[in-house]
Design a protein. Structure first.
Length: 120
């Protein structure tokens, strides 16, 4: 799966390994670095605790993150509409983490496409 299809398409499936290594780990690492840079250059708003660079980063990754979540749900043979569970306070975030990060995808092909081949 190429860069553009992975980050900017809702079609297909994404495995747990791809979800963790191509989305979660890089997003966390970049967020930490940008938070440190925000603190160092003084662009953190003291009332909200949000930094300028961190805020821009979160806006940049919003759409690709939603699209990857949809594909991860597709790998679990569920509709992408399940992403909306994130709006349920506390339970939604826990559900997303368990469902997308720890549960295996459907073995073999499902209604969303063939099983994911790791690291095409």
């Amino acid at each position: 799966m190429n860069f553009q299809k992975f980050y900017f398409s809702a079609e297909g499936r994404v495995s747990r390994k791809q979800w963790w290594l191509r989305l979660i780990v890089p997003v966390i690492a970049i967020s930490i670095v940008l938070g440190i840079i925000d603190a160092a250059i003084g662009t953190v708003d003291p009332t909200s605790g949000a930094g300028l660079l961190s805020g821009v980063w979160m806006l940049i990754i919003l759409i690709p993150t939603i699209l990857i979540y949809i594909k991860r749900f597709h790998d679990r043979n569920k509709s992408g509409w399940w992403v909306l569970i994130c709006f349920v306070p506390i339970i939604g975030a826990v559900w997303l983490l368990i469902e997308l990060g720890f549960l295996k995808g459907t073995p073999g092909p499902n209604r969303f496409g063939p099983q994911v081949v790791e690291w095409e």
